[in-house]
Write a protein that binds this ligand. Structure first.
Ligand code: NDP
Ligand code: 8X3
Length: 256
């Protein structure tokens, strides 16, 4: 099923899974709203989309932690772009792997404010329009960290468990509407995620994927395209995706 005529909003479209998803949705014919904080990157993704697929795009340089800014940006979209029918709640991050009793409060706040409250702010702003129009897909990017807890994962895992609860809660609240709610929960995907987690330490970040083949943003994007292109009566609730060399949050086979 083509996505021609559909309008998708992807949060965290400047990098990794979000960027790959915006590109894949545009390839299938969707017009895409690219949301993230780094405007120059949003524009680069938009230019790539235009050049490769002649698809429409618009950049929304917004910090999802700021509810007023989220509302102003989304409610202020030009008329055509207001009819969002695919929302990909992807913006998110982890900071550190400290033990809970030794953790940095600012890191906790950034993770909770982005991964949980940011997702809520965007959802609260976009979904009422979907309900009014009687159509829409919401795909939340959770994580294996929303199913399991690993050493040092404490607060990040709590935010992804919260995403899992919010996905289930929204699906319940929308059960009497045609709107579908899904989550995609990856294991190890090589993006800028670990560089962000280790605050720019590229060696430490690289070590996360040593001796194994991680997933790519594109691998996740293809699953998202599959989810939103199912016939209207089919709702994919949750997809957990591992690299073949990963069996759980902590069991990873590495060729050393
Ligand atoms: P990246 O760091 O490559 O991308 C994160 C994206 O989130 C960037 O586009 C960034 O944009 C955006 N973002 C972060 N904070 C904000 C904010 N406050 N406001 C708006 N946008 C923001 O990592 P991934 O692509 O890997 O991460 C995407 C999602 O996937 C996250 O939710 C992550 O938790 C999840 N995930 C990742 C896995 C992995 O192994 N990589 C596995 C499982 C889940 P900018 O900085 O420009 O604002
Ligand atoms: C990101 C993957 O394993 O660091 O959600 O939790 S992991």
């Amino acid at each position: 099923m083509s996505l021609t005529g559909r309008i998708a909003l992807v949060t965290g479209a400047t990098s990794g899974i979000g960027k790959a998803t915006a590109i894949a949705l545009a390839r299938e014919g969707a017009s895409v709203i690219l949301l993230g904080r780094r405007i120059e990157r949003l524009e680069a993704v938009g230019e790539e989309i235009k050049k490769r697929f002649k698809a429409n795009w618009i950049a929304l340089p917004v910090d999802v932690r700021d509810f007023a800014a989220v509302q102003t940006a989304i409610n202020g979209l030009p008329e055509f772009w207001k009819n969002i029918d695919i929302l990909i709640n992807n913006a998110g991050l982890a900071f550190g792997l400290s033990r809970l009793h030794e953790g940095e409060v600012e890191d906790w706040e950034a993770m909770i404010d982005t991964n949980v409250k940011g997702l809520l702010y965007v959802t609260r702003t976009v979904v009422p329009g979907m309900v009014k129009r009687g159509k829409g897909d919401v795909v939340n990017i959770g994580s294996i960290a929303g199913h399991e807890v690993y050493p040092g994962g404490n607060v990040y895992c709590a935010t992804k468990h919260a995403v899992d609860a919010l996905t289930k809660g929204l699906r319940i609240d929308l059960v009497d509407t045609p709107i579908r709610v899904s989550s995609v929960d990856p294991g190890l995907v090589e993006t800028e995620f670990s560089i962000v987690r280790f605050k720019g330490d590229k060696e430490k970040a690289k070590n996360v994927y040593r001796g194994m083949q991680p997933l790519t943003g594109e691998d996740i994007a293809e699953t998202i395209v599959f989810i939103v292109s199912r016939p209207p009566h089919v709702q994919i609730a949750d997809v957990v995706i591992f690299p073949t060399a990963q069996a759980s949050a902590t069991i990873v086979h590495r060729e050393e």
